[in-house]
Design a protein around this ligand. Structure first.
Ligand code: HEM
Length: 399
């Protein structure tokens, strides 16, 4: 993108940000941050690209992922607005309190050995392959098994859950879809919800009281949550937990393998892994943008965003803002300043952050030990856009 680019006010740049295909969004982000840190795209959506503005909007409770009552016709046949991420106010706080024990320190510590064993098992399977697809063999397996373990789903069906939840994932991605694709995704989602329901109903809350599903069922029995609300929130945990982590593993490892000095630094000093994970997650986040609706008229930097209008805080742009991160386009493990927005911010910040970090930390530590000569296969490997989610569908590596 150069300075002569058509102004976003007269030409929508949205397809380059939440479209499909393999476009690199970072040059566009830089242009926006420099010339239009807040602008109204020709599509009508407001784009926020500086770190300060993205943080401010995410922190501001006058913006919500669901439209304000009466402003926009609500098209929600699947009941998605029951998901925690679309909730507001007291209902949202109540759901977060309910979900919090799943992510407690104790609960996560009990998953550590499982994650380490799973990583070891997956690397065992790849060790004899001089060339393999890191996404198919590792990134798409580890997060599904981890989320199954967290929720107490039988994980031998991991691959079938992946397929079954693909429609739900597409619907939440914001990617442009035809009416036919949307209808198919809705049918797939309904089928997956039925699968989740039958699994949950097989649980006896009195027999396994600490089971995640048992907690949901008890709340339903006590009248604290309706059946549909329960099911779509379990669905959300599932798709939020695996899809984002899957893409993040690919993005992080691809970026690291393209920065041989960083890879070498990790090999030389494995204790840098936790810092490396934070930095890699900042550098190329899987969730490049989220969206919000204004619930009031809001004045920001001399612009008036009207009630009901859509705003898109661009996380990928904020994470490369030189005002927040020196040499933002470089991977620097020693970085201390700057608040990465990879996991969002404000009331809806990610509940699974620690779990996502644990998985990449475990994987990187194991790769440093067991595949120190890992490198990208010598061919163009484009990173794909799936709406707001960006990452690799395949990542061929050699060792
Ligand atoms: C690297 C992986 C991950 C990334 C990049 C990520 C990113 C995000 C982001 C950006 C949000 C904020 C959404 C918004 O403000 O609209 C979010 C919310 C959320 N994430 Fe994650 N996430 C990851 C992994 C996980 C995992 C493993 C789980 C749990 C199983 C999880 C559960 C959640 C939940 C429950 C919310 C909603 C919180 C709320 O609305 O209050 N995430 N995530």
């Amino acid at each position: 993108m150069n300075r002569e680019m058509p102004e976003p006010e007269s030409f929508s740049v949205l397809p380059s940000i939440i479209g499909t295909g393999s476009a690199d969004p970072y040059p566009l982000y830089e242009w926006l941050r420099t010339h239009r840190p807040l602008c109204r795209d020709a599509s009508g959506v407001w784009l926020a690209s500086s770190h300060a503005l993205v943080t401010r909007i995410l922190d501001d409770t006058r913006f919500s992922a669901r439209p304000p009552p009466g402003a926009v016709p609500l098209d929600d046949p699947l009941g998605y607005t029951n998901m925690v991420v679309f909730q507001t106010g007291e209902a949202h706080e109540r759901l977060r309190r309910f979900l919090a024990p799943l992510f407690s320190r104790k609960a996560l510590l009990s998953l550590q050995a499982f994650i380490d064993d799973e990583v070891a098992r997956l690397i065992d399977q790849c060790e004899g392959l001089p060339r393999f697809d890191l996404v198919a063999h590792i990134a798409s397996v580890l997060p599904v098994h981890t989320i199954c373990r967290l929720l107490g789903f039988p994980d031998e069906h991991g691959a079938s859950y992946l397929q079954a939840s693909a429609g739900a994932w597409q619907l939440i991605s914001g990617a442009p879809m035809s009416a036919q694709e949307r209808a198919l995704a809705a049918v797939q989602t309904e089928t997956f919800i039925a699968q989740v329901e039958s699994f949950m109903l097989a649980i006896e809350p009195d027999v396994v009281p600490d089971h995640a599903a048992a907690r949901f069922l008890r709340l339903e029995q006590e009248g604290g949550m309706g059946r549909r609300e329960m099911l779509v929130n379990v669905l959300f945990l599932f798709i939020a937990g695996y899809g984002t982590t899957l893409l993040s593993i690919g993005n992080s490892i691809a970026a690291l393998l393209r920065a041989p000095r960083a890879w070498q630094a990790l090999k030389d000093n494995v204790s840098l892994v936790p810092q490396a994970v934070r930095e890699l997650y900042r550098y190329d986040p899987a969730v490049q943008s989220v969206f919000r609706y204004a619930w009031d008229d809001v004045e920001i930097d001399g612009y008036r965003i009207r009630r009901g209008e859509r705003v898109m805080p661009l996380i990928g742009a904020a994470n490369r803002d030189p005002a927040a991160f020196a040499a933002a386009d470089e991977i620097r493990f020693e970085r201390e300043a700057g608040r990465s927005l990879t996991f969002g911010a404000g009331p809806h910040s990610c509940m699974g952050l620690a779990l996502a970090r644990m998985q990449l930390e475990s994987l990187l530590s194991a790769l440093m030990r067991r595949m120190p000569g890992l490198r990208l296969a010598p061919r163009e490997q484009p990173r794909q856009q799936h709406g707001s989610f960006h990452g690799y569908d395949r990542l061929m590596v050699e060792h």
